[in-house]
Design a protein around this ligand. Structure first.
Ligand code: AMP
Length: 420
């Protein structure tokens, strides 16, 4: 071990487990690519003000968890704690919304950073795959995103997850509810911090996990009783479309989520095998965010699914993804001349698209064959001086042990045939 370790709250993805992470990212991305979402990549850091305004000045993410710093040039930046604000910023900056082709549908995949108290499933560096549909108000779009996330989890074989669904209302009905909730909360016995939260962001109090708080919240006014007609109708349509698609969900009137920008539809995917960090993904509609960061009115909806927690969910369900071996052919040279010739064949095979590896470092036959087996290859190419003198190499089926000589200039063709 070296003197250095991965920083607190982080971990490294290393083979072979890293293959599972790649496969999870791919499985989440596949339904998006298949549904008109284009790939977007934004910087790992942004102006700190973007998140302060976008995510919300009063959220834990902004007040406690952001890696914010000042550069030598005096810019105030922050490592991105989430994806939506950046993606919307980029879309506005590139005028994607002016192409006359709304909604703009984008997907992304990357690293996010939050200074949180680390525990299983909660890290300071984590990965998300996300999707945003910008510039359309249509319940079918909300439904589409939920259905695609559901499809992604299902394609991985996951079963023990649930979809929680709620509506947070809009700028008509939410303020009325907010005031009613504040009235109710001000009458409770709460600590200083929570009292302050009542004034800044009362909906977040509903999210308080403490038993002593939850007990007092029985009888609190519920947003669903305050939704305006437009929000009610909209929400009902999202629910109908999900039901028609065969996607089961649970109405969760207390689901508020930790970001300020949500309006109307909000949802969370929770997995029942993960203990306290049970949210594997979440999202919702954010009709006001564009204006909050200085853009035009662009009603939008999106989600982000956590790659780390999805991998934990697979483990919890005992699912091992069927990941094909990275290497199909492993070449084992015996001697200097064989090393030159076989290395040439390895390059030829790779150019022909066959995944091939080579026994480097002058290993003996026994060690080299061990490496060949470990690589997961189906075939080995073995050659010594006598083979070369005869103009052949030995093609060995690593499962059956069967070995046949193959003419040097027929190697690519024969390997392809053997691999089927
Ligand atoms: P959020 O933006 O907080 O709704 O996060 C969306 C998803 O990202 C969550 O459901 C988690 O799967 C994942 N996530 C968020 N924060 C963390 C974290 N600190 N560590 C690991 N995964 C996280």
């Amino acid at each position: 071990m070296s003197t250095f370790q991965a920083p607190k709250g982080t971990y490294d993805l290393i083979p072979p487990n890293s293959a599972t992470y790649l496969a999870v990212r791919e499985a989440i991305a596949a339904p998006l690519r298949n549904s008109g979402y284009g790939y977007i990549e934004t910087p790992g850091f942004e102006n700190v003000e973007l998140f302060a305004r976008g995510v919300g000045e009063s959220t834990d993410i902004v007040t406690k968890e952001m890696y914010a710093f000042e550069t030598k040039g005096g810019d105030r930046l922050a490592l991105r704690p989430e994806g939506t604000a950046s993606v919307l910023r980029a879309a506005l900056e590139a005028n994607l919304h002016k192409g006359g082709n709304l909604p703009v549908k984008l997907w992304y995949s990357g690293s996010y950073y939050r200074y949180e108290r680390p525990q299983k499933g909660r890290y300071r560096h984590f990965s998300q795959v996300g999707a945003e549909a910008i510039g359309a108000e249509d319940p079918a779009l909300d439904a589409e995103l939920i259905i695609l996330a559901h499809q992604a989890y299902r394609s991985l074989g996951l079963r023990d997850f649930r979809i929680l669904l709620n509506s947070l209302g809009d700028k008509e009905c939410r303020p009325v509810y907010r005031a009613a909730l504040q009235d109710f909360l001000r009458g409770l016995e709460l600590d200083e911090d929570t009292r302050r939260r009542i004034e800044i962001n009362p909906l977040r109090v509903l999210d308080d996990k403490r038993e002593s708080v939850q007990e007092q919240l029985i009888g609190a006014p519920m947003l669903r009783d305050y939704l305006c007609e437009a929000c009610k109708t909209y929400h009902e349509q999202v629910r109908e479309l999900l039901t028609a698609a065969g996607v089961a969900f649970e109405d969760d009137p207390k689901l508020v989520r930790g970001l300020d920008y949500y309006t109307r539809t909000t949802f969370e995917f929770v997995h029942d095998g993960l203990g306290s960090q049970s949210a594997v993904g979440g999202g919702g509609r954010y009709d006001g965010l564009s204006e909050m960061i200085g853009g035009p009115a662009l009603p939008s909806v999106g989600w982000a699914l956590g790659v780390d927690r999805t991998v934990l969910a697979l483990e919890a369900e005992g699912i091992a993804l069927d990941i094909p071996a990275a290497t199909s052919v492993y070449a084992v040279p015996l001697g200097e001349e064989a090393r030159r010739v076989l290395f040439g064949k390895v390059t030829e095979l790779r150019l022909a698209g066959v995944a091939t590896d080579f026994a480097y470092g002058g290993k003996g036959l026994k060690n080299a064959m061990k490496s060949a087996n470990r690589s997961g290859a189906r075939l080995a190419l073995v050659a010594g001086e006598r083979d070369l003198a005869e103009g052949v190499v030995q093609l060995k089926d690593l499962a059956s042990g069967e070995q046949t000589p193959v003419a040097l200039d027929a190697v690519v063709e024969e390997v392809r045939r053997a691999l089927g």
